[in-house]
Design a protein around this ligand. Structure first.
Ligand SMILES: O=C(O)CCC(=O)C(=O)O
Length: 271
């Protein structure tokens, strides 16, 4: 491992995340954004905000992203040479003006109207404090999540927030969130009394950059209050030594795994 890879890996181990890593060249970014715009045109933005799941298997431009050389170099510095993609998803928060009047989507893309006395902002999509591992039955190694920015992701359009070092606290209890607008698929959140929100750090990214975080790191993101889209591509990776476990509390399945680096001597995820 080179000295810069070793430094990255020890910083990641200490704080549970790295941010501001340059990945895409301007031409690669342009191509990805154009291709994404094609999906928005085809499916509409209600769909593209959260339902483009595991489409690396369908689109070569997405496959190029999940196998991107610079991205994988960083991932390998943490997970080692043999790396498997677990899952991928685009997460897009559209600007407020973009929303149809008073129609908000819940986490299953169903429409829900405003209740009396609720502000429009109260219902905007956000991501509650959570740990990725809460619903993923994986053992035998850590899960690493990449958040690759297709747009600038800043404070006003709802960039990712993380609690440094929180990956060392083990798995925390989660419950159903009562606040509408949580984009997470099972509406999970960590109770606020267990989140040291005052220690939260924002991870602003320029389009084409990425952050990475550990599956146990506590993180969240606020609604998009700007007039700009905030689109990110989230990719989860594990070392090939990791394996799925049967845990009724963590029922997530992995139908779209892919070896992206090295070799898989274990075939733990073979379908
Ligand atoms: O895109 C977001 O705001 C949240 C992403 C997230 O929760 C994740 O990458 O694990």
């Amino acid at each position: 491992m080179s000295s810069s890879a070793a430094e990255m890996s020890s910083l990641y181990e200490l704080q549970g995340y790295l941010t501001g890593v340059d990945v895409l060249e301007p031409s690669e970014l342009r191509e990805a954004r154009e291709a994404f715009a094609g999906l928005e045109e085809k499916f509409g933005t209600q769909y593209t905000q959260y339902s483009l799941h595991n489409i690396h298997l369908q689109h070569s431009w997405v496959m190029d992203l999940v196998k991107h050389g610079k991205l994988l170099e960083v991932v390998r510095s943490v997970l080692g040479p043999n790396v498997l993609l677990l899952d991928s998803r685009f997460i897009c928060k559209y600007p407020m003006e973009h929303k149809q009047s008073d129609v908000i989507l819940d986490e299953h893309n169903n429409e829900s109207g405003l209740q009396n006395g609720q502000d429009k902002e109260d219902n905007l999509p956000y991501v509650a404090w959570h740990q990725d591992m809460r619903y993923w039955g994986i053992d035998g190694g850590p899960v690493l999540s990449v958040w690759l920015a297709l747009d600038n992701s800043l404070e006003d359009n709802g960039a990712l927030r993380v609690i440094p070092g929180s990956h060392c606290s083990g798995l925390l209890p989660h419950r159903q969130s009562e606040r509408p607008g949580n984009m997470l698929s099972v509406n999970q959140e960590i109770p606020e009394e267990l989140v040291e929100a005052e220690r939260a750090v924002l991870c602003p990214l320029l389009a084409g950059q990425m952050s990475i975080h550990d599956g146990l790191l506590v993180h969240a993101s606020d609604p998009n209050m700007s007039d700009r889209r905030r689109c990110g591509f989230v990719i989860r990776y594990v070392s090939t030594s990791a394996y799925p476990i049967q845990d009724p509390d963590r029922p997530r399945s992995f139908p779209a795994t892919l070896l992206v680096s090295g070799e898989d001597q274990y075939n733990h995820f073979s379908r």
